[in-house]
Design a protein around this ligand. Structure first.
Ligand code: AP5
Length: 232
């Protein structure tokens, strides 16, 4: 299965794409994660991307495509993938189309996570990552048990550099201007999902919205449970 997750910053794309990876076996490919890894590693590409990321602007297409082309060419993506945070502009949608056409692949679904702006703001300002377990948490929404488990593991709760109110406001405006218009572009494949409620509730809605996973099974050697269990 080849799926795109669309949605505003904070809608839960990363949270849900990771769950779907665990359930279906298709790797979650997040351009945000790829870019943050390049920045953290201090690669030339990371150094060029950093200013745009800090400002909440889109990184240029050539930089994003350099990372994405390499990642999608990896063996574990041969049977499918979940794109999280890409494409996010008309030009990126065209580049994805060309990339898929060149490898004789097609998208199966575009999942749009919908959430009101005030909730997006709270999810983003409250987002933290546990330094010990890597788990994505939220100081407003995670249970006391989850937050305590992080402390017990000796973890610190790290806030992303671009999760300040000012940068979030710009990311939301960039989303409205450049990414939301993609909804019309993907009209035929689009599955709109209400992203309010608990992560479990949202995940159930996503599973119900996806097409049956049969002929789009991942490669035999990919990790994870059988995609035949997606709706089971
Ligand atoms: P990216 O990393 O893609 O960030 P984003 O699109 O702004 O999305 P987020 O990661 O902020 O939110 P999310 O929807 O994944 O929500 P999450 O699951 O984390 O991009 C960052 C930057 O990189 C961009 O600004 C840009 O500069 C650059 N970039 C990336 N891709 C690019 C591209 N294609 N082209 C150009 N530039 C690019 O959840 C958020 C919080 O809510 C978490 O704390 C989570 O625990 C919590 N939460 C999630 N679901 C629930 C729920 N149901 N209930 C309660 N809490 C929940």
């Amino acid at each position: 299965m080849r799926i795109v997750f669309l949605g505003a910053p904070g809608a839960g794309k990363g949270t849900q794409a990771r769950r779907l990876e665990a359930r279906g076996g298709w790797p979650q490919v997040s351009t945000g994660d790829l870019l943050r890894a390049a920045v953290a590693a201090g690669t030339p590409l990371g150094k060029r991307a950093k200013a745009a990321m800090d400002a909440g602007e889109l990184v240029s297409d050539p930089l994003v495509m350099a990372l994405l082309g390499e990642r999608l060419g990896a063996e574990d993506c041969s049977g499918g993938f979940i794109l999280d945070g890409f494409p996010r502009s008309a030009s990126q949608a065209l580049l994805l189309k060309e990339l898929l056409r060149a490898s004789r692949q097609r998208l199966d679904a575009v999942v749009m996570l919908e959430l009101p702006r005030e909730v997006l703001m709270k999810r983003l300002t409250g987002r933290r990552t546990c330094s010990a377990t890597g788990k994505l948490l939220n100081i407003y929404f995670s249970s006391a048990e989850e937050l305590n488990a992080s402390r017990a593991a000796g973890g610190e709760l790290i806030q992303r550099d671009d999760d300040t109110e000012e940068t979030i406001a710009n990311r939301l405006s960039v989303y409205e201007q450049q990414t939301r218009p993609l909804l019309a572009h993907y009209a035929g494949l689009l599955r709109r999902v209400d992203a309010a409620g608990t992560p479990d509730e949202v995940f159930e809605r996503i599973l119900r919205a996806l097409p049956p996973a049969d002929s789009t099974a991942p490669a035999a050697n990919s990790a994870g449970p059988s995609p035949g269990k997606l709706h089971g």
